[in-house]
Design a protein around this ligand. Structure first.
Ligand SMILES: O=P(O)(O)OC[C@H]1O[C@@H](O)[C@H](O)[C@@H](O)[C@@H]1O
Length: 253
């Protein structure tokens, strides 16, 4: 039993926060960079320093989106405008791209220092899905996706990867647009209606809803079950293994 409606033939898993606990590593890296930037910005402009909220700001503006989209979206929420810059801007450049590079340095440093282990319940679920004959893809905005799958020891459980490297190459819009999930379903040879999306990010469940997917599982690692539902989740679990103990919900009406 996988806790999925009848007719589902493929699973599309987000990575950070769904298969691995790396959402917290991203959130901490964003906080480090935004707080330093906001402190300097406040000193320069005389505005009040209001730090980046690692839960509220992260969930609303950054989580699930491609890196530079996260930078733009959060800065816009604070009415700060920076020049866009160039994709190869160095971390010390005060541009959207420079700040994004700064965040990437902070993330890579934390990742290499701490390493990464997958969620045990997610590994169990991946194996059960494989044994049940379901196709499996990972759909992540991160450019670190391939490396994290390998470091976590779960690359062999995944058949297709659509990530922050593949999406720009294929001209796919990032989450909350549904493009990356739809592309992954196509790679696996299934219609969106026959695929389930597993997501912990509000932008991710919204992408699943916009893409017309058969079922959307919200994964609540941060106490945002209600928001996941209002953004499009059909059901919410705290861990994927919960689904293994649930009766299948039957055909979705
Ligand atoms: O900077 P990266 O590794 O390409 O990741 C981009 C985004 O990837 C998403 O999976 C995360 O939820 C975001 O927090 C992150 O910013």
């Amino acid at each position: 039993m996988l806790g999925l409606p009848a007719g589902i033939r493929a699973c599309l898993f987000d990575l950070d926060g769904v298969l691995t606990p790396t959402a917290a590593v991203h959130a901490a890296a964003w906080k480090e960079v935004f707080d330093e930037f906001l402190r300097q910005h406040a000193a320069r402009t005389g505005a009040e320093f209001r730090p980046f909220d690692q839960v509220a700001d992260y969930d609303e503006y950054v989580d699930g989106r491609p890196r530079a989209d996260g930078t733009r979206s959060f800065l816009a929420s604070r009415h700060v405008t920076l020049p866009e810059g160039q994709p190869d801007d160095p971390p010390d450049k005060e541009t959207v791209q420079g700040l994004s590079a700064r965040k990437d340095e902070a993330f890579a440093r934390r990742l290499h220092h701490d390493g990464v282990k997958p969620y045990e319940g997610s590994v169990r679920y991946l194996r059960a899905a494989r044994d049940a004959g379901l196709r499996r893809a990972v759909v992540s905005s991160s450019r670190h996706c391939a490396e994290i799958l390998v470091a976590a020891g779960i690359a062999d459980l995944i058949e297709a990867r659509v990530d922050g490297v593949v999406a720009p190459r294929e001209g796919l819009r990032g989450k909350p647009a549904p493009d990356t999930f739809r592309y992954a379903a196509r790679l696996l040879g299934v219609e969106p209606a026959a695929a389930v999306v597993f997501e912990d990010a509000l932008a991710g469940v919204a992408a699943g809803r916009a893409g017309g997917f058969g079922y959307i599982v919200g994964v609540d690692r941060a106490g945002q079950a209600d928001e996941l539902r209002t953004h499009g989740a059909d059901t919410v679990v705290k861990d994927l293994a919960e689904l293994l103990d649930r009766p299948d919900p039957g055909v979705k009406s």
